[in-house]
Write a protein that binds this ligand. Structure first.
Ligand SMILES: *[C@@H]1O[C@H](CO)[C@@H](O)[C@H](O)[C@H]1NC(C)=O
Ligand SMILES: *[C@@H]1O[C@H](CO)[C@@H](O)[C@H](O)[C@H]1NC(C)=O
Length: 442
């Protein structure tokens, strides 16, 4: 559904952008690349002869709808909400860690691929047959098109296999590293096809962690040549307590039909989920995040926590690959704007009264965007407090949740406002700046 161009946007948009809308040209815009969060783009799979179904129902006929080469959309398909198929789905989505290879790999017999890299199509909605209910970045893309952005010309998408993450230097992380290479290539192409204009990166959630790694793994000269600005929406710079709940007890993503324990093993297996556990550099090392009758766990006790919830396999990859990765979030010295929701009840402490991690804990809430805690949303602000060469703008929108930031009209107005400003003004390099916006101001 196309939103009408709100008057507010017209009022806040400069003459330049207005002219682009009227004349239909877009050559004054900096190209934008959208980088989605976990679960924020479609993922396709194909089963090979090595595939061993976990049950009769899970056999190779499921799902019925495949293309002539046997590829089907694994994420998202509504049949995964039906319990017998939830099991198939969880098994097929599971990653495995090979300690000899020092890397993660797919469940044997399951090939996966990310459709339409470079395009925003696989991240606008997760199921093309259920566009409305599975809309993800769709409303943001619509808003960008309203101010003159054109798919494939000035607007691009960087979907990826969000189950995989990245590892610290010296560790193999084939899938995640290939994504960074593809993203780098896409940035260079987008710039080249727009007369050498610098690119604006716009990420949501986990996409922000990939983006900062991409920036910091390339030389400053490359960053300055190709990156105009990095706009990070709802970025979990220091992880989230909510992720401990996922590891301990499973997470249905708010879908009441799904038994969280049915998807827990799959969620534990995901490399990117390990990356999103609370970062001990940002969370107070004395504050218990998980409380049981025998012992409490702070962000510094994640390895013990993984062992005690019955996931000792996670300890080695966490300690060797993740801890050194999250130890260091350097300032990339390209201008960054963080836009986040605040004032939404967010899990801050989990209380397992009986010490049984299979049970739902009592959850005590704190401030955040409903998923990510405040201390994490503001993570780079505290980490980069003394960085002289880092321009950082922080915009907090009260009452907007982690996902709603991509749909809420007031939030989209803020995002479009930031982007319009980047297209009309030169680089606004000023140290650290903080703004608060009330989503309910209308
Ligand atoms: C765990 O933390 C709670 C709340 O801070 C505290 O009351 C309790 O004594 C702690 N328990 C242990 C075993 O340290
Ligand atoms: C900031 O940038 C200037 C100019 O590029 C450089 O000389 C200086 O070392 C940088 N300072 C820091 C703290 O990185």
């Amino acid at each position: 559904m196309k939103r009408l161009l709100p008057l507010k946007i017209i009022a806040s948009t400069s003459l330049y952008v207005m002219l682009q809308i009227i004349c239909g040209t877009s050559n004054t815009l900096h190209p934008i690349i959208l980088i989605p969060g976990a679960g924020g783009n479609q993922l396709e799979a194909r089963l090979t002869g090595d595939y061993k179904p976990t049950s009769l129902l899970c056999n190779r006929w499921y799902p019925l709808h495949k293309d002539h080469d046997g590829w089907f959309r694994m994420w998202f398909d509504p049949s995964v909400l039906v319990p017998p198929f939830t099991r198939c789905f969880a098994h097929r989505m599971t990653l495995h860690f090979d300690p000899d290879l020092e890397d993660y790999f797919n469940t044997p017999g399951v090939l996966t691929r990310v459709p339409q890299f470079g395009s925003t199509r696989s991240l606008r909605y997760l199921d093309p047959y259920l566009k409305h209910v599975s809309a993800y970045m769709g409303p943001l893309v619509d808003s960008l098109e309203e101010v003159g952005y054109v798919e494939g010309e000035t607007l691009f998408g960087a979907p990826y296999d969000f189950r995989y993450g990245l590892a610290a230097k010296g560790h193999l992380s084939r899938v995640g590293s290939e994504f960074l290479e593809d993203l780098k290539c896409l940035i260079e192409k987008a710039s080249a096809s727009n007369g050498g204009k610098q690119v604006i990166l716009v990420s949501h959630s986990l996409g922000g962690l990939f983006a900062i790694q991409l920036l910091n793994r390339n030389p400053l000269s490359w960053r300055q040549k190709f990156i105009k600005h990095f706009v990070a929406l709802s970025a979990p710079w220091g992880g989230a307590v909510d992720e401990m709940l996922t590891f301990a007890s499973g997470n249905t993503l708010g879908i009441p039909l799904v038994d969280p324990l049915m998807v827990r093993a799959e969620q534990r297996s995901s490399e990117s989920n390990l990356w999103l556990l609370p970062n001990p550099r940002l969370f107070d090392g004395t504050k218990p995040l998980v409380i049981t009758k025998d012992r409490n766990y702070t962000a510094s006790d994640i390895a013990d926590f993984l062992r005690d919830i019955g996931f000792p396999e996670g300890v080695y990859p966490y300690e060797s690959r993740i801890l050194p990765l999250i130890e260091n979030t350097e300032a990339p010295e390209v201008p960054v704007t963080c836009i986040m929701g605040t004032g939404v009840r967010t899990p801050e402490t989990l209380f397992y009264r009986n010490g049984d991690f299979d049970e739902k804990p009592e959850v005590f809430d704190g401030d955040g965007d409903g998923t990510v805690n405040m201390v994490s949303l503001l993570g780079i602000q505290s980490l980069w407090a003394d960085e002289k060469n880092q321009s950082l703008e922080v915009i907090m929108i009260r009452g907007v949740s982690h996902a709603a930031i991509l749909k809420d009209e007031a939030a989209l107005d803020v995002v479009i406002g930031v982007i319009s400003k980047l297209n009309t003004k030169g680089t606004t390099f000023v140290a650290h700046e903080q703004t608060r916006v009330d989503a309910y101001r209308r």
